[in-house]
Design a protein around this ligand. Structure first.
Ligand code: NAD
Length: 346
């Protein structure tokens, strides 16, 4: 599901890498976002959803573009992603933020702050204020319009994301930091209670808590202190973009949205970047690293995933850089050439 803007450009590079690393993989394409609105009048046509249900894994590009604000909410390109996540019950969004040593100089942060950053933000994806009812824009008795949304989490929704966080930490450095706003919001008070309760089942994992405001500050000040950060949908949305800057560029960060089984949706965390679309400028590495996550989680091919990650590292070590991570002394290349460099390294 390549989508709009730079979506098709970066997805094409990931598919090129897939052809090299797993030639027997079967692929099919389905329209989403503005591309689907143009073709079928809706952001997620039934056939696209049916194909997503049948697939073992979904490689997603990005959706959206100019003019989307004018469309009714159910016709907006982003609705396709929300519907996919909801329909496939993909509630756990893993967003690793890992700094390749070759890119230390590309970050806006001082090298000593970001060198060695290796954390995962686990964002709950199907609840919170993005889905909570009631919501809307209405008019009060005085004739003034007001807008409202509902931040809502059930205990079971918090429990399952908590388990996902503790399980992920066991594969890493065994530290979970739960981020909430329990000092102000009741829903977040429940979040913290449930995190503590579930945490007792994982005595080998260290659990800490931060309020979202303090977490944002700590992530900028001492990012190396974090291992797994687990948080709700909205806070995770914001924190993970901030974390992107630690690693040099939003064009470097992959993500995986998982549910109970092996199936997952894999996508770069960036959007459709209309400002650079169609100019062979986009960094395809986030899409290629998303493919590596797909190979690991949905296909259980850890060795192939590692090969792709190593090939990305090799392409960087050979000095290839797209514009967003370009530094003096490195070779500036376009989207296609970066994809080719990874294939060549493989
Ligand atoms: P964006 O991520 O598209 O772009 C933000 C900035 O990062 C831009 O300057 C862009 O040029 C740059 N950038 C993004 N990806 C890059 C890459 N791979 N290589 C180099 N530079 C890159 O976010 P935005 O500008 O806020 O949104 C643009 C559109 O994307 C909107 O329509 C928005 O709704 C949509 N969007 C979609 C998704 C998604 O599909 N998951 C996520 C976020 C935004």
């Amino acid at each position: 599901m390549a989508g709009d803007g730079i979506g098709p450009e970066v997805t094409a590079q990931a598919v090129k890498v897939l052809r090299k690393v797993l030639p027997q993989a079967e692929t099919e394409e389905a329209p989403v976002g503005l591309a689907a609105i143009d073709a079928r009048g809706v952001p997620l046509p039934d056939e696209s959803l049916a194909l997503a249900r049948r697939a073992d894994a979904i490689l997603f590009g990005a959706v959206g573009g100019p003019g989307e604000e004018a469309l009714p909410r159910d016709k907006r390109p982003g609705t396709s992603l929300l519907l996919l996540r909801e329909s496939l019950q993909l509630y756990a969004n893993f967003r690793p933020a890992f700094l390749f040593p070759e890119l230390v100089g590309a970050s806006t942060f001082k090298p000593e702050v970001v060198e060695g950053v290796d954390l995962v933000i686990l964002r709950e994806l199907t609840g919170d204020v993005y889905f909570g009812q009631p919501r809307g824009i209405e008019t009060d008795a005085s004739g003034q319009r007001f807008g409202f949304n509902t931040m809502r989490y059930t205990e079971s929704e918090i429990e399952r994301i908590a388990h996902a966080a503790f399980r992920a930490a066991r594969q890493r450095r065994r530290k979970v930091c739960s981020v909430d706003k329990a000092n102000v919001l009741e829903v977040m008070q429940l979040w913290r209670e449930v995190m503590i309760r579930v945490g007792r089942e994982y005595p080998d994992v260290e659990l800490s808590h931060l309020f979202i405001d303090a977490a944002a500050m700590s992530l900028m000040r001492t990012p190396k202190a974090f291992d797994v950060i687990v948080t709700g949908n909205m806070f995770g949305d914001i924190l993970s973009d901030a974390a992107a800057m630690l690693t040099g560029s939003i064009g470097m960060l992959p993500s995986a949205s998982l549910g109970e089984g092996d199936k997952g949706l894999y996508e770069p965390i960036h959007g459709s970047a209309p400002d650079i679309a169609g100019r062979n400028l986009a960094n395809p590495l986030a899409a290629i690293l998303s493919l590596a996550m797909l190979l690991r989680h949905s296909f259980g091919l850890d060795d192939k995933a590692r090969q792709v990650e190593t090939a990305v590292r090799t392409a960087l070590a050979r000095g290839f850089r797209t514009a967003d991570i370009h530094q003096p002394g490195t070779e500036r290349v376009g989207t296609d050439q970066m994809g080719d460099a990874v294939v060549q390294a493989l």
